[in-house]
Design a protein around this ligand. Sequence first.
Ligand code: PMP
Length: 341
Amino acid sequence: MTRYASVVDAIGNTPLIRLNRLSDETGCEILGKAEFMNPGQSVKDRAGKQMILEAEARGALKPGGLIVEGTAGNTGIGLALVASARGYRTVIVMPDSQSQEKKDMLRLAGAQLVEVPVKPFSDPNNYQHVARRLAERLAESEPNGVLFADQWNNLDNRKAHYIGTGPEIWRDTAGTVDAFICAVGTGGTLAGTSAFLREQKADIVIGCADPHGAGMYSLFTTGKAEMSPGGSVSEGIGLGRVTPIIETARVDRAYMIPDEEALPLVFDLAEHEGLLLGGSSAINIAGARRLARDLGRGHTIVTILCDHGSRYQSKLYNPAFLQSRNLPVPSWLQPRAPIEA
Ligand code: PMP
């Protein structure tokens, strides 16, 4: 369908794009689901849409109501766009470490932003706890009521992928998909997509790609979520605990992916395939490569291209930032000799 009643209907139905160099290298069909093509340029538009539509259906959102959420940014953007289209307002609580581009985009999308210092989840001032308390406080004076979207605990987030991402992958691979792999922020994408795919194909291989500093590799290999050492420049992924959503995920293979392995893959895609992606896509693609090597040639592997690279020009695509983190700077990012006009 190419004519929509509103921007809300333009969310989802993203294409699969063959990652050519990686597919040729591994002998597998490695396909990236281009979630950066959603109106808010990320996979989280789906969760934003689903959480709002389901809340409306339950009667939990009234016209003119206020939506409050804690987010690394992308869920906030998705919520804000859908909220504008359907007559709600948004207050978004976000750690101040996230990219300036996401903060700017949130304001552009109409959200009121509350930035808080980065704290671990165990700290009461972690942005997720601040968001919950703020939602409760604002509810006392908000005439049309407050919806706390609560994406880590809200199964409508998972449902967006069970009814959307999963069926689209099944349809667009004509059932030939052998494996699906992605990283975890809330786990909505991994749990929802994989649940649908496994119902279609019981022996599908589900993989989890985890950045350093997160707990999903440990969860899916030992049964206990323990944070791995180190960290990652990727944003929006890196869960360290078991949530109601991630509890439902059945994962066959897990990989812990260092940034040094992942980032060159997105730099390569930008240089040779015209694909501009963020850091979580890098972790996903590196995971798909590991899975391809483990499964062997001839398999069709789908992963998620979570958001657009323009969101990270000040970080991932900024040589000074990369150097400050001792990360490799691709040659095409180096300043070029000027051409006189
Ligand atoms: N990549 C990015 C850039 C994100 O913002 C998010 C969500 N925070 C994810 C990946 C992970 O998605 P999910 O919450 O469905 O696990």
